[in-house]
Design a protein around this ligand. Structure first.
Ligand code: HEM
Length: 238
């Protein structure tokens, strides 16, 4: 038996978001002219500027950024109550102690494996999780905050740029824009590894295409959500 985990619109927005983010991150890195700030290497900037030219690259970055902001604004207009607010409620349902234990044990489990953990006297049992596990909540909260930071500073950089007396504001915007992008550049590989490659996560990855996840996977990975589903009797065949 399967249970619905993601709606069609949430799936569309996730993949639209993923493509925009990756393109923005790649083109954004290429825009860093200062070699000291270039995390990939000068060859990366040369590659992109060679393809689009310096002005063309900036235009490409702005066009993708605007397409991302506009699509999100449309999504929020239509889905704020039914999807965006429940999503925010889930990811901010934090339990600091149990969430921290989950992150530490899951990290050790991935690096050492269950057998070695037991041999070393470390408890591999994970605290029971709800709809999202502690790691997903952490990355999602950071993604939401960084998205707001990037969108706001990006819009200011596009629309305020060139106006007299805004130099200081634009410098601050650029700094915040870099910091948010840098933070996401650190956390996105973790998210992509945990979602697409980590052992045992294949059903969750499939759910980001089909919308459904096996009830058995929920029982094992999200026992608190499983309990709610059982109480509400709200399982569906996929
Ligand atoms: C391209 C590689 C990516 C892959 C393979 C991937 C995979 C996934 C999967 C499988 C889930 C569902 C996890 C579950 O149901 O338990 C998920 C959720 C999520 N991902 Fe990604 N993702 C990618 C890129 C991104 C990017 C670039 C972002 C941008 C910040 C992102 C943000 C999120 C968020 C916020 C969620 C929770 C959304 C929800 O459940 O509706 N992902 N991802």
């Amino acid at each position: 038996m399967n249970v619905r985990r993601h709606s069609a619109s949430a799936i569309f927005m996730h993949w639209y978001n993923a493509v925009c983010w990756l393109l923005l991150l790649f083109s954004g890195f290429a825009l860093l002219a200062n070699p000291l700030m270039q995390p990939v290497g000068e060859w990366w900037s040369s590659l992109w500027t060679g393809l689009f030219g310096p002005l063309g690259l900036l235009r490409l970055h702005v066009v993708i950024g605007m397409a991302w902001v506009v699509m999100y604004a449309v999504y929020l207009v239509f889905r704020i109550r039914s999807e965006a607010l429940p999503f925010l409620r889930e990811i901010t349902d934090l339990h600091p102690v149990s969430d921290m234990i989950w992150c530490m044990r899951k990290g050790m489990w991935l690096v050492l494996g269950e057998k070695l953990m037991r041999r070393l006297g470390l408890d591999p049992e994970l605290p029971p999780q709800g709809f999202y596990n502690a790691g997903q909540k952490l990355v999602a909260v950071i993604a939401v905050l960084c998205s707001l930071g990037l969108a706001l500073t990006g819009l200011l950089l596009v629309f305020v740029s060139g106006r007299p007396g805004t130099e200081e504001l634009l410098r601050i915007c650029l700094l915040v824009h870099f910091c948010c992008a840098g933070l996401m550049a650190l956390f996105l590989p973790v998210h992509i590894y945990m979602a697409a490659f980590a052992p045992g996560e294949a059903p969750a990855l499939r759910s980001m295409f089909t919308g459904f996840v096996p009830l058995e996977h929920v029982r094992h990975h999200n026992p608190l959500w499983f309990r709610k589903l059982m109480e509400n009797g709200s399982t569906k065949n996929g």
